[in-house]
Design a protein around this ligand. Structure first.
Ligand SMILES: COc1cccc(N2C=Cc3cc(S(N)(=O)=O)sc3S2(=O)=O)c1
Ligand SMILES: [Zn+2]
Length: 259
C-alpha cells in the first residue's frame, strides 16, 4: 500500500485519508506564541536522569534516524515537570529541512529552526511502551530546537554512524551515549497536550518544548541530508523536510514553566 511519507503524494496533507485523527482536537506540532503562554508557578523543573549504558542502537527507520534505549528498568527517566509519575526514555530522533531555514516541527511565533530533537518517554503506569503509546497520558516527548552555530561534538557522535545507516531499515550498534549531552543548560519549557507528529498521530503526548536551543553547524546539517528515505536498491531519495507543519490549536492552552 501507498505508505505515508513527506512527499507531495504521501505527505502531511494526505495523512488524514488513512489516519482521520490527523484532523483531531489535540494534534501536534503547533506554533508556540510566547505572549499567549500562561506562566504556571505550579509547574516543577524537569527532572531528566539518563544512564548511557541503556543506549542500544542507532537506526534509519525510513522517516528519521533514531537512537533506541533499553526501557526494562527505571535507568533513564523523566519525572516532575508537568507530568506525574515516572516516564521511561524509549528513543530519540530528529526532524530537519532541505535547507537551514526550516526543519523544525514546532515553531515559535512563526519562526522555524533548522531541526528539532524529540526525546520520547512512556508512562510506567502502563505495562509497556506499546500499551502506553495510544493512551491520553501515555507519552511525554521533550522537544529541543537546533540552531546553526558551532559544531556540536555530541551530535557528531551520531553523525559518525550515518555511513552505516544511510539506507532505510538499516541499524547498527550504538552504546554509551548520554542523551543529556543534547540538552541546553537551561531547561525552561513550554508544555501542552498534543499528539505524535507522524502517523499513527495518536493523541497521547504531553509535549515539553524547551525554550533554549542547542547548536549544530551548517556542515553537520548537510550530513543529516545524506541519509536516505529509500531502501538499498531503490532510487536514492534524500532524507530531508521530514517535518509536519503546525496544526490548529483548537482552544488548547500552552503553559510556560518560566516568567
Ligand atoms: C504501536 O505504536 C507505535 C510503535 C512504535 C513506534 C511508534 N511511534 C510512531 C510515531 C512517533 C512519532 C513521534 S514524535 N515525532 O511525535 O516524537 S514518537 C513516535 S513512536 O511512538 O515512536 C508507535
Ligand atoms: Zn518526532
Amino acid at each position: 500500500s501507498h505508505s505515508w511519507g513527506y512527499e507531495a503524494t504521501n505527505g502531511p496533507s494526505k495523512w488524514g485519508a488513512s489516519f482521520p485523527i490527523a484532523n483531531g482536537d489535540r494534534q501536534s506540532p503547533i506554533d508556540i506564541v510566547p505572549g499567549n503562554a500562561s506562566h504556571d508557578p505550579g509547574l516543577k523543573p524537569l527532572k531528566l536522569k539518563y544512564d548511557p549504558s541503556t543506549c542500544l542502537e542507532i537506526l534509519n527507520n525510513g522517516h528519521s534516524f533514531q537512537v533506541t534505549f533499553a526501557d526494562d528498568t527505571d535507568s533513564s527517566t523523566l519525572t516532575d515537570g508537568p507530568i506525574s509519575g515516572t516516564y521511561r526514555l524509549k528513543q530519540f530522533h530528529f526532524h530537519w529541512g532541505a535547507t537551514d531555514d526550516r526543519g523544525s516541527e514546532h515553531t515559535v511565533q512563526g519562526a522555524k529552526f533548522p531541526a528539532e530533537l524529540h526525546l520520547v518517554h512512556w508512562n510506567t503506569k502502563y505495562a509497556s511502551f506499546g500499551e502506553a503509546v495510544n493512551k491520553p497520558d501515555g507519552l511525554a516527548v521533550v522537544g529541543v530546537f537546533l540552531k546553526i552555530g558551532n559544531e556540536n561534538a555530541h551530535l557528531q557522535k551520531l553523525i559518525d554512524k550515518f555511513s552505516v545507516i544511510t539506507n532505510a531499515k538499516t541499524q547498527t550498534t550504538f552504546v554509551d551515549f548520554n542523551p543529556a549531552t543534547l540538552l541546553p543548560g537551561c531547561l525552561d519549557y513550554w508544555t501542552y497536550l498534543g499528539s505524535l507528529t507522524t502517523p499513527p498521530l495518536y493523541e497521547s503526548v504531553t509535549w515539553i518544548v524547551l525554550k533554549h536551543q542547542i547548536t549544530v553547524s551548517s556542515a553537520q546539517m548537510a550530513k543529516f541530508r545524506t541519509l536516505l528515505f529509500s531502501s538499498n536498491g531503490e532510487a536514492p531519495c534524500c532524507m530531508e523536510n521530514n517535518y509536519r507543519p503546525p496544526q490548529p490549536l483548537k482552544g488548547r492552552v500552552v503553559r510556560a514553566s518560566f516568567k
